[in-house]
Ligand binder design. Structure first.
Ligand code: ACO
Length: 370
């Protein structure tokens, strides 16, 4: 029995939700490029959960169900107010989502209908929690959803208290489409492992959020922005990146376990980053990103992943850096819940083996003789 480090290349489940074949990402067989150009996030949620694009009436029903389920229990909002000032935003989200289960009478109802209802609640309430956390720490009261037919629009409103403009809604919606699902990534695997014990959907999403938080996964988008801010000026890019490469430091937002010839989502985010830079009149983050890419790709052959240009996109939308990963979680809740529903449908406990490398033939030594 020999282990494969990081389970690289191991096929651990079957799934009909999303696929990566020859560098092409599809949701339910539809190319991400097609979805990024044409679909709304709500259409993608429906597609991921139910396996087909919704009709107009199915879409409207989903939009209305999401709005009807978007109120976060008052107890959870009260808890958010008690979190330490300066709490890590992903830790806050993980804790709040875990506590949602305490206030949902259906939390342990494992019927497929109840699980779909819980998926809707989670998809509606995760953005509301992120927005509430953002406001509470600024000393502001959380806002109820405005009931827009769009998670992107409601989230921007609930975060800022302002009517979001069309460009911001479109950019946020596209970012949500691009991050929605990604085959058996680390957080989705964590969600599937968790619910394969037949525990509840809230436990699965809590595991997933904790997993996404890490800088090798969703946490990379914040780390990219931290890096760009640390670089500071265009002139500092070359010495900074060369220094990192010489020290063999990882450059956040580059490389991928599955894509070796580039992440198909990155080009959409790059384009958005450029367009938003033009609109805001501040091209500096985009220009710096392009230069960093030129150096890292040129010297290491590493291509940007989904997290690289999302950093400058969210910055152009005036979103605080530490909300980038929570926004990733808002989007990926759709994929996590789709995978959880799929896991429940055809479940088997996920319990791999470990290759033992410790000592053998040891004896218990009484404490007095140690
Ligand atoms: N910067 C510098 N070198 C890198 C980078 C990077 N970002 N990524 C990979 N490498 C190098 C490694 O040092 C290693 O070199 P070596 O063979 O000389 O030791 C080689 O490329 C292979 O890298 P691994 O880390 O073994 O690749 P793995 O498949 O385990 O990791 C990962 C993939 C975690 C994404 C990695 O590329 C990385 O750490 N990237 C930076 C973090 C990041 O952007 N994460 C977001 C990923 S996308 C997502 O989760 C949404």
């Amino acid at each position: 029995m020999s282990a494969t480090k990081g389970l690289e290349g191991i096929v651990a489940t079957t799934s009909s939700i999303s696929s990566i074949v020859d560098g092409v990402l599809t949701y339910r067989g539809i190319d991400i490029d097609d979805l990024a150009e044409n679909a709304t996030f709500e259409e993608v949620i429906y597609l991921l959960w139910f396996g087909k694009l919704p009709s107009q009436s199915e879409l409207e029903k989903l939009q209305s169900d999401l709005n009807a389920s978007s109120a976060v229990p008052a107890e959870v909002i009260d808890q958010l107010k008690l979190y330490p000032k300066g709490a890590n935003s992903m830790a806050a989200l993980r804790t709040a989502v875990s506590s949602l289960a305490l206030y949902d009478e259906e939390a342990n109802d494992m019927s497929p209908e109840a699980n779909v209802r819980k998926a809707i609640k989670l998809q509606a309430q995760v953005p509301a929690i992120v927005a509430a956390f953002s406001r509470i720490r600024q000393g502001l009261e959380p806002l109820a959803s405005k009931g827009y037919p769009s998670i992107a629009a409601n989230f921007l409103y609930q975060m800022t208290g302002k009517e979001p403009d069309k460009i911001a809604i479109e950019a946020m919606d596209k970012a949500l489409v691009l991050h929605a699902d990604h085959e058996l990534n680390a957080s989705t695997f964590a969600a599937r492992v968790t619910v394969a014990t037949l525990t509840d959907i809230y436990s699965g999403i809590t595991s997933a959020i904790g997993t996404l938080k890490g800088p090798l996964h969703g946490g990379a988008n914040e780390a990219v922005m931290a890096m760009l801010e640390e670089i500071g000026t265009f002139d500092n890019i070359v010495p900074y990146i060369n220094g990192k490469l010489e020290r063999k430091d990882k450059i956040m937002g580059f490389g991928h376990r599955v894509y070796k010839n580039g992440d198909p989502r990155a080009k959409h985010l790059q384009k958005m980053s450029q367009e938003l830079g033009k609109i805001t009149g501040n091209m500096s983050w985009y220009d710096m990103s392009i230069k960093v890419e030129e150096l890292v790709t040129g010297q290491k052959g590493l291509k940007p992943n989904v997290d690289f240009y999302s950093a400058s996109v969210y910055t152009s939308l005036e979103i605080p850096r530490d909300l980038f990963t929570p926004i990733f979680a808002i989007s990926r809740t759709s994929g996590w819940t789709a995978h959880i529903l799929e896991q429940y449908e055809n479940n088997r406990l996920i319990r791999p083996r470990a290759e033992y490398t410790g000592p053998v033939n040891q004896k218990y030594i009484p404490i007095s003789q140690r």
